[in-house]
Design a protein around this ligand. Structure first.
Ligand code: SF4
Length: 296
């Protein structure tokens, strides 16, 4: 049996669960966000084109009608336009029957390095519904966490994706601002996300593991994580203030209170359910839940 090439940890958004995975990069080209331990010691690596083609030959045998291909690695969008185009053409060559669209994680800085024409061509080549780990729209949080861009960059680059017709999913990392700052983070982020058009916002609640920089800051008393009840209040504030048509997806293991719904239609219901969960679940129970999370 032929095996596909995978180096190091592989992550994908929950809604890509049925997508065919294809490794084109491994690790993260940025690798500096303080809260992140997703890729461990994995160094950023670009897959040789021969390796990608070998994998596509295997996929052609087992998933010839794949309708969606998710390119793995923290930010394949960092690859040059020419390389991404070559990958897309290979996917078309080997998976002609399924005519798959192509998804991947992207950093805001990866998008800024592409021209308008390149973005439009990527859309024509099948790239759509890409996932951007924005985490926050609060500049103080973005700087504190070494994200490498500011809220104005999020707005500018997402507008460029809008213009190119590329839909995008954003991630919001609940609790990231730290204790006492969640509501500010939510209001500032809602202001930023309301200026753009995310197809969905994926909610992950901050869960620190030992190999992150932020974990060490907690141990040194330099950062205090938000309480669990505070995080629910933060979500309520964000949902109250978010003025765009989008899907909210909070169903990963990091969310002790799961929720999904569309804005604006489900706004009141989502807020009601979150507030009811806060009233029903003690802080101790919720903290215990988070302490038992072994992996995201
Ligand atoms: S959060 Fe994303 S961009 Fe930041 S280090 Fe982790 S994988 Fe890289």
């Amino acid at each position: 049996m032929e095996l596909l090439h995978f180096n190091g940890p592989v992550w994908r958004p929950p809604f890509e669960a049925t997508s065919q995975l294809l490794q084109v990069t491994a690790g993260c080209s940025h690798h500096r966000c303080k809260f992140c331990s997703l890729y461990g010691t994995q160094k950023f690596r670009m897959s040789p084109m021969e390796e990608i083609e070998e994998d596509l030959k295997v996929i052609q045998v087992y998933q010839p009608r794949a309708h969606r291909v998710f390119l793995t690695g923290a930010n394949p969008m960092v690859l040059t336009f020419n390389r991404l185009a070559d990958i897309a053409l290979l996917i078309r060559k080997y998976l002609r029957d399924g005519q798959p669209t192509i998804g991947c994680f992207a950093r805001i800085t990866d998008i800024s390095r592409k021209t308008e024409e390149e973005l439009r061509n990527l859309r024509q080549l099948g790239f759509d519904y890409i996932s951007i780990g924005t985490e926050s729209g609060d500049d103080d949080v973005l700087v504190r966490m070494n994200k490498g861009y500011l809220s104005a960059d999020i707005v500018e680059q997402c507008h460029r994706l809008d213009d190119a017709g590329i839909h995008y999913n954003l991630t919001y990392l609940t609790g990231l601002a730290g204790q006492g700052l969640g509501n500010r983070n939510a209001i500032r982020t809602a202001h930023v996300f309301s200026q753009i058009h995310p197809a969905s916002v994926n909610f992950v609640s901050l869960t620190l593991f030992q190999d992150s920089i932020l974990y060490d800051e907690v141990k040194r008393g330099e950062y205090t994580p938000a309480t669990e009840h505070e995080r629910i209040d933060e979500l309520v504030t964000l949902i109250q203030n978010l003025n765009c048509k989008t899907q909210l997806i909070g169903n990963t293991v990091s969310n002790p209170v799961t929720f999904t719904g569309g804005l604006p239609a489900d706004r009141d219901l989502l807020i009601h359910d979150l507030q009811a969960a806060k009233a029903a679940l003690s802080e101790d129970n919720l903290e215990q839940y988070r302490m038992n999370i072994k992996s995201l």
